[in-house]
Design a protein around this ligand. Structure first.
Ligand code: 4NP
Length: 170
């Protein structure tokens, strides 16, 4: 008997930014917490990647980790560059800004893959119409990291609502 028969494939989310050391690892960490709080670990899995490979293998930026810790998160993924196969392996590809969108789109092979790409701010609830991207905090001050966390916490909650709707989850 095939032990995997009948077992549903998980819904896979990939968060993408430029360096995969600030925004997308934070989104991955925040979404993991939300998934756990909703007891959906068996149904949804998360990962993150960068459109560049500049920080390959590195932990998230220290400033991002520190600001995350203050809110109870442990951002500990390792940076990796997005690859073409990610477009087939993942169901939702969540990008932080238009540049990320264009780069990921250039990796797609068909319309079905393009349809998987979404701007993270599409899912904003509280911040709807106030921010149309998750701003890159890398060269800015510390308040930029707090803003990224505020925007991501809000958009991740909205994303879960959409996934629940899309997949008829309770
Ligand atoms: P991220 O931020 O895309 O949110 O990870 C950046 C990280 C590194 C660089 C730029 C943005 N960089 O130029 O190295």
């Amino acid at each position: 008997m095939n032990p995997t028969r009948g077992k549903k494939r998980k819904i896979r989310l990939l968060f993408v930014c430029l360096g995969n050391i600030c925004r997308s690892p934070a989104a991955e960490g925040i979404m993991s917490e939300i998934i756990e709080k909703n007891s959906l670990q068996e149904l949804i899995e998360v990962d993150s990647a960068g459109t560049s490979g500049w920080h390959e293998g590195e932990l998230p930026d220290e400033r991002m980790r520190l600001h995350g810790e203050k809110r109870g998160y442990d951002f500990c993924s390792r940076s990796r560059k997005i690859k073409k196969e990610d477009l087939t392996a993942f169901d939702y590809i969540l990008v932080m800004d238009e540049n990320n969108y264009k780069t990921v789109q250039s990796l797609t092979s068909n319309d079905m893959e393009t349809a998987k790409i979404h701007l993270m701010t599409e899912y904003s609830v509280q911040y709807r119409h106030l921010h149309d991207l998750i701003p890159d905090p890398y060269y800015g001050g510390l308040s930029g990291f707090e803003l990224v966390l505020d925007l991501l916490e809000d958009a991740c909650e909205g994303l879960l609502l959409t996934i629940k709707k899309d997949h008829s989850l309770a």
